[in-house]
Ligand binder design. Structure first.
Ligand code: BGP
Length: 478
């Protein structure tokens, strides 16, 4: 008997803006990510108000899933995927986000994708908004700072819910909604970057607009969850948190408190709203610290109460340390930097690898909410080399995933209700933080390179067969 549920949802995860390409095909509008150039670990990608001639924008072609979806889904099916986490590009359905009528060609594309999944018995898990806000909404409303976005988002959701009601059961409202608690979230998630051109690390930080934008996202998310519960009882709706677990730098109680404060703002603030239906008591101290006031309208708090998630999902790549000295041992990280942990090793991009941290995190979240959990992103961004015989021996990736799955099983033995696992970038795609292709996560290699060249041919890596067997044995053979 396997440790994991018999109906465990094994699969993989991607995001439309990072892999579809076809950025202006069949009526699609431009999103914030379509205005981002390529970059690297050492040189940040740029956001540009205008699409500059002769500049590389990696989302424009990406790996062209738009024209390769049949081949790619066939490969996922060959690995035995039960679930495929992808997202809908908002601008394929509503090019500026403000139209009344949806773009039929965009809707038809996702019909084809979901039908292809159905053909193989793969359940789609759809992120409704994954880092691809319509750029027109940035220009008009400064992104989610504008309260108008709540209704625009609701309209978008009503349309896709109705259209895909027989094809999609699992939905996530916002990818890594807690990105908005961090400066980097202004570009990726809240779109509070009106008029900005320059390296994304130099966007002027404005906590007032980020946290206001987050409030609007919370209300929007809760309203569509309630709507879905009323109209489509077969749906299951989840949130999605970028979970970066942090440990106190030392056991000095001052460091422990500093870490608690950080964990609340970074990881729990958004989760608490979405899983408990209300702002936590400590929210006031976060607002006070930033000197901000959240404008709320009558009914907002009621809306939050009525739109509680059915299951809780998160991404987990790494952990870091936090203490009273924020400059101590600085390391890199997903969305935010933290301290280095002397017990851990790091990826080539400086993300600290911490499988045990996943078990700890699963337990912490489950203790807090008692909701079914799903790990919807996890993986190792690494440089892959094609050997002379054409193979890609990505043992480092297998090692990373194996250790994390082992710890997931440990958490299940601890009592956690774990629904599934969708490792990130099951097929190589554009990196969200740097815009690179070189930072690869896939079981499937794509011949596409940082300079924008490449045949787009797909090849299986060593991890492809390994993962296939993991799924076939429900995680027993790692
Ligand atoms: C998460 C995002 C993804 C993804 C992943 C890996 O934060 O939800 O979109 O890309 O991180 O990050 P990166 O692409 O920067 O390596």
């Amino acid at each position: 008997m396997s440790v994991l549920r018999e109906d465990f949802l094994w699969g993989g995860a991607v995001a439309a803006n990072q892999f579809e390409g076809a950025w202006n095909v069949d009526g699609k509008g431009a999103s914030v990510s379509d205005h981002c150039t390529n970059g690297s670990h050492t040189s940040p990608k740029r956001l540009t108000v205008n699409i500059e001639e002769g500049t590389l924008y990696p989302s424009h072609e990406a790996i062209d899933f738009y024209h390769h979806y049949e081949e790619d889904i066939r490969l996922f099916a060959e690995m035995g995927f039960k679930v495929f986490r992808t997202s809908i590009n908002w601008t394929r359905i509503f090019p500026t986000g403000m139209e009344k009528e949806p773009n039929e060609a965009g809707l038809a594309f996702y019909d084809r994708v979901f039908e292809e999944c159905q053909k193989y018995g793969i359940e789609p898990l759809v992120t409704i908004s994954h880092y691809e806000l319509p750029y027109a909404l940035v220009e008009k409303y400064n992104g989610w700072e504008g309260r108008e976005l709540i209704e625009l988002f609701e309209h978008y959701c009503h349309v896709i819910f109705e259209r895909y009601q027989d094809k999609v059961k699992y939905w996530l409202t916002f990818n890594e909604i807690n990105a908005g608690t961090m400066p980097m979230g202004a570009v990726l998630s809240t779109g509070t970057v009106k008029g900005f051109t320059g390296p994304i690390t130099e966007v002027p930080d404005d906590p007032q607009s980020r946290f206001q934008a987050l409030h609007h996202q919370f209300v929007a998310s809760a309203r569509v969850i309630r709507y879905a519960h009323e109209h489509y009882p077969q749906f299951q709706l989840g949130n999605m948190i970028c979970f970066v677990t942090s440990y106190p730098t030392t056991c000095n109680p001052a460091d422990v408190l500093a870490n608690q404060e950080h964990m609340r703002e970074m990881n729990w603030y958004c989760s608490d709203v979405q899983a408990r239906g209300e702002y936590p008591a400590y929210a006031k101290s976060i607002w006070k610290k930033h000197g901000i006031t959240i404008k709320m309208e009558d009914g907002d708090l009621e809306d939050l109460k009525n739109g509680i998630i059915d299951f809780y999902t998160f991404s987990y790549y790494m952990s870091n340390t936090i203490g009273t000295d924020p400059e101590a041992n600085k390391g890199d990280g997903n969305l935010i930097a933290g301290g280095k942990n002397p017990y851990l090793e790091s990826s080539d991009w400086g993300w600290q690898i911490d499988p045990k941290g996943l078990r700890y995190t699963l337990n912490e979240i489950y203790d807090r909410y008692r909701l079914p959990l799903m790990v919807v992103e996890n993986g190792l961004g690494a440089r892959d080399e094609i050997a002379e015989d054409g193979s890609i021996q990505d043992d480092y990736r297998i090692d990373y995933l194996r250790k994390h799955i082992q710890e997931m099983k440990g958490a299940v033995e601890d009592g956690v209700d774990l629904m599934g696992y969708t490792p990130w970038g099951c097929i190589d795609l554009v990196s969200a933080s740097t815009g690179e292709m070189a930072k690869r996560y896939g079981f499937i290699y794509v011949e596409k390179y940082d300079d924008g060249t490449g045949s787009l041919a797909r090849r299986k890596k060593k991890s492809f067969d390994w993962y296939k067997n993991v799924i076939a044995t429900n995680g027993e053979e790692l």
